[in-house]
Write a protein that binds this ligand. Structure first.
Ligand code: GSH
Length: 230
């Protein structure tokens, strides 16, 4: 089957976009990408996107798909072999964990943007609770659900990439507490599709984004990045 023309509308730092980029790259699907400035969204984008959010995938310059999970399943279905299990029950489970991984992203955003020290601690505890669920689920290895890379790997990877970069004593991500996830990340982080899933200037943009948060967490995490030479 000939693949359609795929145009991925992105923000440079968006972890939801990154999930789709990982899927596209893992499957070697050609795509065009446009980065938008989240503070100045053009009218054409707002007309096409019902939520005003990215990722937005424009298929054959006509049809706009939104929601990263739906986009990833579409990408998966047009380019075999599938990255979701054949068994309906296992597939439903994978979808449920993919949905839960969005909560991990939300918890990570709350932690990175915590306005006060107290909120930082609360957000850390909340995020750690979520990480513990994923730790229990991630046992088979080397990928999340066993030997093969799946859409769940593509979905969780952006969260772990950020936690690895933003090491901090007040981080929910203390690798020694999550040995399964740490082993998983070690494997997944070496995959080209994951390594190449962020823009070249990602490490320059991340501290700027954090500093702009202006609360307690952002500047502290940006300073930590600078101390570690990023
Ligand atoms: N559930 C959506 C979430 C996407 C999302 O929140 N994207 C953020 C950027 S990381 C966004 O576009 N935010 C703009 C806004 O909330 O107006 C998905 O999985 O695609």
């Amino acid at each position: 089957m000939a693949l359609p023309h795929l145009h991925l509308i992105s923000f440079p730092l968006c972890p939801f976009v990154q999930r789709s980029v990982i899927t596209l790259k893992h499957k070697n699907i050609p795509f065009e990408r446009t980065y938008l400035d989240p503070t100045a969204l053009p009218d054409w984008f707002l007309e096409k996107s019902p939520t005003g959010k990215v990722p937005l995938l424009i298929v054959d310059e006509r049809t706009a798909l939104f929601e990263s999970a739906a986009i990833n399943e579409y990408l998966d279905e047009i380019s075999p072999p599938r990255l979701l299990p054949e068994d309906p029950l296992e597939r439903a489970q994978a979808r449920a964990w993919i949905a839960l991984a969005s909560e991990m992203i939300a918890a990570q955003f709350r932690w990175m943007g915590a306005p006060t020290e107290e909120a930082f601690g609360e957000a850390r505890d909340e995020a750690a609770k979520g990480l513990r669920q994923f730790e229990k689920q991630c046992r088979a290895g080397p990928c999340f659900t066993g030997p093969d890379f799946s859409l769940l790997d593509a979905t969780v990877a952006p969260v772990l990439m950020r936690y690895e970069l933003l090491q901090d004593p007040g981080s929910p991500w203390q690798p020694a507490e999550f040995p399964n996830l740490a082993r998983w990340w070690q494997h997944i982080s070496e995959m080209p599709a994951v390594r190449e899933s962020v823009p070249d200037d990602f490490l320059a943009r991340l501290p700027r984004f954090l500093t702009n948060q202006q609360g307690f967490a952002g500047p502290r995490l940006a300073a930590g990045l600078a101390e570690r030479g990023h």
